[in-house]
Design a protein around this ligand. Sequence first.
Ligand code: ACO
Length: 332
Amino acid sequence: MSGVKIIGTGSYVPEFIADNNKFSEFLDTSDEWITPRTGIKQRHILTDKPNFYMGVQAAQRAIEDAGVNPKDLDLVLVSTCSPDFFYPSMACLIQKKTGAVNAAAIDVNSACTGFITAMDIAQKYLETDHYKKILIVATEKLSSQLDYTDRSMCILFGDAAGAAVVEKSDKPFHSMLGAAGDEFEALYCKIHYNSNCPFYDKEADHYNGIFDTFSKQNFLQSDGHAVYKFAVNAMDKAVRKVAEQRGIDLQDIDLVIPHQANLRIIKKATELLGISQEKVYTNIQNMGNVSSACIPVCLDELSKQGRLKEGMTVCFVGFGAGLTYGACIFDI
Ligand code: ACO
C-alpha cells in the first residue's frame, strides 16, 4: 500500500479573539469553570465573512508552501460540517478561488473526523495514479451553528481552517474509519428547511417532532457526557487499530495530533494508550474546538515551528458527530 506525503501546509485563523472572560459578560460562566473542565482559554471567531473565505486562505497558503501550480492539482477535497451553501460544495468554491481549474472538487462531512476521512480518501485516490496532487482543506465556522445563550456548548467552539497539499509516497500509511450511527443524537445540528411545500405533513414527521420539542431547531446540540465517554473509547480503539495494522508498538509513535474537543479527553485517552504527553500536540487552549480544522491547523503550526522531521511516525486521531471516529498513522 502506498503512502501520503504532505508537501505543503497552510492555515487561517480569524483575528477576533473571544477569551473566557468575554463570555462572562453575557452568560453565567467564568474562566474558573471553563479552563479546568475543557482546557480552553480563548477561541477565534470569524465575525464578518463566510466560512469558505477561511478555506480559501488556508488553501492558498498550503499551495504556496508546497510550491505547486494550482493548475497541477487533480482534486480539491474539502471537509466541513458548517458549509455556506447546501450546494455548490465548498470544494467548488475553493477550487474557483484557488485557480485549481483542472481539479475535481468533492466535499466530505464526517464532522470533526473529517480531516482523517479526507486523508483516508486521498490515499486511495493517489494509489490509482490518476491523481498526483491533492489539496485537502478543512474549514469550519462553528460560530454560525451555536446558540450563544447555551453556556454548555458555545464556550467550546471556534472558527478556523487548515489545509495540506499531498502526493503519493512510498512510505507506510495506515488508516481506519468507524461510525456509530445509532448514537447520532449525542451530537447533531439539524438543517432548518423553509419549505412551503403544500403537501408536507408536519404532524406526521416523527423526526421533525423530536427535534422541535427537544432542541432549538438548527443550533448545535450535544450530550456532553455521552460524547466524552464515546471519545475516550474511540480514540483508544482507533490508535490501537492503526498501530496494529502498521505492526508497531504504541511507544514507536513520535507524534500524536488528536482532535481538540477537550483537553481532559485528550489526556485520558493518551494515558490509556500509555503515550507520553510530550508526544501529544494540543492547541485547544488558544483555539477551542474547530471541528475538522483542528488537526490541519495543528499540523501547520508544527510545520511552521520546524517540528515535523523527516522519518517521524505521526498519528492523527479524532472523533465527531455521527458519531464517527478514525485514525491514520504515517511517516513524514
Ligand atoms: N459555565 C458555568 N457552568 C456551566 C457551563 C459553563 N460554561 N456549562 C455547563 N455548566 C453547568 C451546568 O449547567 C451544570 O449545572 P447544574 O449542575 O446546576 O445543572 C454543571 O455546570 C455541570 O454540567 P456538566 O454538563 O455535567 O459539565 P461537565 O463537567 O460534564 O462538562 C463538557 C461539560 C465540558 C461539555 C463535557 O461534557 C465535555 O467536554 N464533553 C465532551 C466535549 C463535547 O461534548 N464537545 C461537543 C462535541 S464536539 C466534538 O468535537 C465531537
